[in-house]
Write a protein that binds this ligand. Sequence first.
Ligand code: PNS
Length: 162
Amino acid sequence: MKERLAICPGSFDPVTLGHLDIMTRASKLFDRVIVLVSVNADKTPCFSAEERMEMIREVIKDLPNVSVERLDGLLADYVRERGACAIVKGLRAMTDFEYEFQMALINKKLYPDAETVFLVTSSENMYLSSSVVRQVASFGGDISSFVPPEIAGRIKERLMKP
Ligand code: PNS
C-alpha cells in the first residue's frame, strides 16, 4: 500500500510545545510526516530558517517518522511534488479559523488531491503562539511551559534584551 505522507507546514519562529503536540499526533495518524519550515512568510522571522529547522530537529528526535525540510515556494506545489496526501494544521480558537479556512480552500484549488486536516489543539496550548514565546522571552520571562526544554535556553539567550 502507498505510504501516507503528511506535511505539517508553518513558520515555527520558534517551534512551541503546541507545534510539537500537533507533530506528535500527526506522526501517529500518518506513515510519515514532513515538518515544513516556510522561508517566504510575509513576516520577517526572528530566527533564520536554518535555526528554526535545527530547533525542530532537536525536538522531534524521538519521532522516527518525522523529518524537517524547508519550503521556498508554494505549499501546494511542494505537496504535489512529494505525493503527500494531507496538510496537517493545528487549530487553536475561532481566531485561527478564518485564515486557515481560506488557506485550506486555496490549497485545495491549487492541488485537489490533498486534504487539509485540522487537529484541535490540546487545551493547555490554547493560548500559546510563537509570538507569545518571543515576547515573554524578550522580557526575561519564564518560557519553560511554552517550549521544549532542549531549546528553551537557546531561545532565551537569543531574545533576551540586554
Ligand atoms: O505558521 P504560519 O505562519 O501560519 O504558516 C504559514 C504557511 C507556511 C502555512 C504559509 O505561509 C504558506 O503556506 N506559505 C507558502 C506560500 C503558499 O503556498 N501560500 C498559500 C497560497 S496564498
